[in-house]
Design a protein around this ligand. Structure first.
Ligand code: ZN
Length: 500
């Protein structure tokens, strides 16, 4: 009896997973190959798929099955796949039941239109065009937060979708600690002579950039029989199953680091998704446990590995061979310093490791003000520019390079930005543990070998998918909780060495 019910539940969840994968495929296509003319119908298609998935998941039948399986859930080994499935499904179910289907559909439609409006508004630097779409999204997001409910802060209700169990009141002191360490570091760097990175700003053949990035991603262990890379305006990773994980990149022909580090970043996300145990396929467990943990993977491969001196001891001669005219006469140390140059800048995705978190803190504060009704969308560009002056000492030259630079808000991802900084912090906690377990790793990285790194990540993080909450996973791996100090030590030591 119980086994029949478990089988029935798994069948329902597999069908729902198929619908979500279908929606993800439609979304991937929208960002990569869909002609502009497809936008209006695509918005309806996505809304329809989301509606059916939401209705199927919030059906009374799922609740009855979960109730009937409660005693089984209590008997199972906590770490077993079935116990995790029942635990995570119940949590998701109780949350989803709080959201009316009409709201889910309206949000899906509003964000599809929002993304299209954002693309157009960003290309023409016309915030006024984007404004009504964003107003609608913020309004619906507030409705969503109220429907989900919260104890301390409406922001917590939204953050929970991306970082389960995390609260603003926990994040604030962690971010404050990073801010207190970052601001004086940026000031000290500013007092040093600026690093010359002019050789990165010249023409680099886009096809050669593409091929070099793909080769490194392959060396990392990204499996191209279960994935692919395409181009999009804003690089991202998506997956439709353990056997189909896709990344995108954006190539600038006059700035070398953009495409390469985007590829390494997205490959970090992709490796996480490709490493999820096949036994979790077509279940709600086939995903990263949180976006913070996801970002710890992308930032580790992009920065901790990909911007390290050891990494470039191996790859720089190959890069010089690929671009002999541009880099033939540039020594390795100059290149290494240039790709790690610290300078306040406008664009988050191109920010250096030291100033990066300041970009996040700005968005986090603005989002809280928007959700609490302290800030109107109409006043957002001014508020944005004011914070860039205060935190980074620079003023955006346009809204396209300011408030409209990121896709997130247009696609309804509000409450998401803090996970980027949490990811930076976690990347060093995980990396330090990995090195403690395998002291040979730095030497291997300097030979272009990543098997030990990937093997450790697979074993300790990737394979579990969503079986453990981020809090549980962090405790299993590090023996403790989230801690900013290893990350602060890392940036302080690395950049003290670079800037003397
Ligand atoms: Zn990322």
């Amino acid at each position: 009896m119980t086994n029949d019910k478990l089988a029935t539940l798994k069948t329902r969840l597999a069908e729902i997973a198929d619908l979500h994968a279908t929606g993800a495929l439609l979304g991937w296509d929208q960002e990569t190959y869909m002609p502009d003319g497809g936008a209006a119908e695509r918005a309806e298609q996505l809304a329809t798929v989301e509606k059916i998935a939401h209705e199927k998941f919030t059906a009374d039948e799922i609740g009855v099955l979960l109730d009937d399986l409660r005693s089984l859930a209590d008997q199972l080994d906590y770490e077993s796949d079935d116990a995790a499935l029942l635990r995570v499904t119940r949590r998701d179910y109780e949350k989803s039941r709080k959201l009316p289907t009409e709201l889910v559909v309206e949000l899906s439609r509003a964000t599809s239109h929002g993304v299209e409006a954002w693309k157009k508004a960003r290309a023409t630097n016309d915030f006024a065009h984007f404004r009504p779409f964003l107003e609608k999204i913020v309004e619906l997001t507030i409705q969503k937060g109220e429907a989900l409910g919260y104890e301390e802060n409406i922001y917590d209700a939204l953050l929970d979708d991306f970082e389960p169990d995390m609260r603003v009141s926990q994040i604030n002191p962690i971010f404050q600690q990073v801010k207190d360490a970052t601001v004086p570091l940026v000031e000290k760097v500013a007092a040093q002579p600026p690093i010359d990175d002019s050789f990165l700003h010249q023409y680099f053949d886009p096809q050669k950039q593409w091929e070099f990035g793909l080769a490194v991603v392959k060396d990392y262990g990204y499996d191209f029989t279960r994935g692919r890379q395409d181009k999009s305006a804003h690089p991202f990773t998506t997956s439709f199953g353990v056997g189909d994980v896709r990344i995108t990149t954006r190539i600038l022909d006059d700035y070398l680091p953009s495409a390469l580090f985007s590829s390494l970043h997205e490959a970090g996300h992709g490796l996480y998704e490709q490493g999820i145990a096949p036994s979790l396929a077509r279940t709600p467990l086939r995903d990263g446990t949180s976006l913070g943990v996801h970002e710890s993977q992308s930032r580790m491969w992009e920065n901790v590995v990909g911007r390290s001196l050891g990494f470039w001891q191996h790859y720089y001669p190959q890069l010089q061979k690929t671009f002999p005219e541009q880099l033939g006469n540039v020594p390795l140390t100059d290149f290494y310093r240039a790709i790690n140059k610290v300078t306040p800048s406008l664009i988050r995705v191109e920010a250096d490791e030291v100033t990066y978190n300041l970009h996040i803190f700005i968005r986090f504060e603005l989002e809280q003000d928007l959700l609490a009704g302290r800030l109107k969308v109409a006043d957002l560009p001014d508020a944005w520019n004011e914070k860039y002056r205060a935190y980074l000492g620079i003023t955006p030259d346009s809204d396209a390079n300011g408030v409209m630079q990121d896709i997130h808000w247009s696609s309804g991802l509000i409450g998401y930005f803090p996970t980027y900084s949490l990811g930076n912090i976690l990347s060093m906690q995980f990396f330090n543990k990995m090195i403690a377990d395998n002291p040979a790793i730095p030497a291997e990285i300097a030979e272009g070998k990543f098997d030990t790194v990937l093997g450790w990540l697979r074993e300790n993080i990737h394979r579990h998918g969503r079986k453990f909450t981020p809090t549980e996973l962090i405790a299993r791996v590090t023996g403790g909780g989230i801690d900013a100090q290893p990350y602060i030590n890392y940036i302080t030591e690395k950049y003290s060495a670079i800037y003397g």
